[in-house]
Design a binder for this molecule. Structure first.
Ligand SMILES: *[C@@H]1O[C@H](CO)[C@@H](O)[C@H](O)[C@H]1NC(C)=O
Ligand SMILES: *[C@@H]1O[C@H](CO)[C@@H](O)[C@H](O)[C@H]1NC(C)=O
Length: 179
């Protein structure tokens, strides 16, 4: 084998490793399935490194999808929880409550060193959804030390099962699903 071929193969192997490795480090939501309605708790899992062992994540922001109200952020030790609201117009009546606004973004600000992971909970009231609906909880991750942020916001085209580089955390609604 010519030395250049060997170098090319080594580079190709590195490239494949680089492309495959981050899959384990995606920001995800758990559980990934939910019943059509009710009070649920989801955990946003953040195992993705910022790019340098001495640098870590400074904050995680989640944008809540349509169809969830009465959102509460988990109090995570060492992290400050902040949020923004958006109006619901026209208001939504569900049970004995009328919802005129809901949480738009949930942010936790703190420090997560590279090489560690953390979970951030969201308690939500899920308004009635159709079976098979996929709800996306888009997330963004900011880093300390001027390292670039990462947006977890890619949504697959219908029928496309290819691996996305930075997929939005997704929950599929399944009628009768019990966690
Ligand atoms: C709900 O949707 C899933 C797939 O999207 C399907 O397999 C299942 O049969 C559906 N259930 C009902 C009760 O319609
Ligand atoms: C998130 O972190 C970045 C950089 O560390 C900072 O500039 C930004 O203001 C933070 N966002 C929030 C909502 O705290």
């Amino acid at each position: 084998m010519a030395p250049t071929t060997r170098v090319c193969m080594a580079l190709a192997a590195l490239l494949v490793a680089a492309l495959v490795a981050p899959a384990a480090g995606h920001v995800t939501i758990n559980p990934k399935k939910a019943p059509t309605e009710g009070y649920l708790v989801f955990k946003m899992r953040l195992p993705h490194d910022c790019g340098d062992a001495t640098v870590g994540t400074s904050n995680l922001t989640v944008t809540l999808p349509e169809g969830v109200v009465a959102v509460k952020q988990e109090q995570v030790a060492g992290w400050k929880a902040i949020h923004s609201m958006r109006a619901i117009d026209p208001p939504i009546v569900s049970g004995s409550s009328t919802y005129t606004e809901t949480m738009d973004t949930a942010t936790w600000v703190g420090f997560l060193p590279d090489g560690m992971y953390r979970e951030f909970g969201l308690s939500v009231k899920l308004l009635p959804q159709k079976n098979g609906t996929v709800m996306y909880f888009k997330a963004s991750q900011d880093c300390h030390g001027g390292f670039p942020p990462r947006n977890w916001d890619m949504i697959p085209a219908p029928g496309d099962n290819s691996r996305l580089k930075s997929p939005a955390p997704a929950v599929t609604i399944i009628e009768g699903y019990e966690d």
